[in-house]
Design a binder for this molecule. Structure first.
Ligand code: ATP
Ligand code: MG
Length: 140
């Protein structure tokens, strides 16, 4: 297995409820290393671009409104098989379907306010990391 990097967002429902430390504890317990992290308030344009693949979906406008409703923490996570591993640690998109012990099972409020984002492929991880971080901000 290769060492990979994936892109993570702790979403506005997580920052609002002061859960970023609890979520980071799960990330680190899973063996993923937080090699970059910053707190930002996404602009509408950033959220629209980031979730552009969902532009035609019925939930798109609500999703953009949610992602810009408060601060988020954007992160780069590094580790063995990091992309698939973080998807496992997050759990299913809908918390009702998420496995016990996952971030979304324990913390998500709804299918929309589901506490965390993680890249779904190596290609998207590279695009998403480059969208939010300069190379010099990532310290492995
Ligand atoms: P993410 O991309 O945030 O890691 P994901 O890959 O599990 O989540 P996607 O299908 O890419 O899920 O959906 C992106 C985000 O859009 C979800 O995390 C959730 O916040 C929101 N979303 C997805 N499906 C719905 C839905 N049916 N209703 C409302 N919001 C949704
Ligand atoms: Mg996704």
């Amino acid at each position: 297995m290769a060492t990979e990097r994936t892109f993570s967002i702790l979403k506005p429902d997580a920052t609002r409820r002061n859960l970023t430390g609890a979520i980071n504890a799960k990330i680190e317990a899973a063996g993923l290393r937080i090699v970059a992290q910053k707190r930002i308030h996404m602009t509408t344009q950033q959220a629209e671009t980031f979730y552009g693949v969902h532009r035609e979906r019925g939930f798109f406008r609500d999703l953009v409104t949610f992602m810009t409703s408060g601060p988020v923490v954007v992160q780069v996570l590094e580790g063995e098989n990091a992309i698939a591993k973080y998807r496992e640690v997050m759990g299913a998109t809908n918390p009702a379907n998420a496995a016990p012990g996952t971030i979304r099972k324990e913390f998500a409020e709804s299918i929309e306010a589901n506490s965390a984002h993680g890249s779904d492929s190596a290609e998207n991880a590279a695009i998403e990391i480059a969208y939010f971080f300069a190379g010099c901000e990532i310290v492995g």
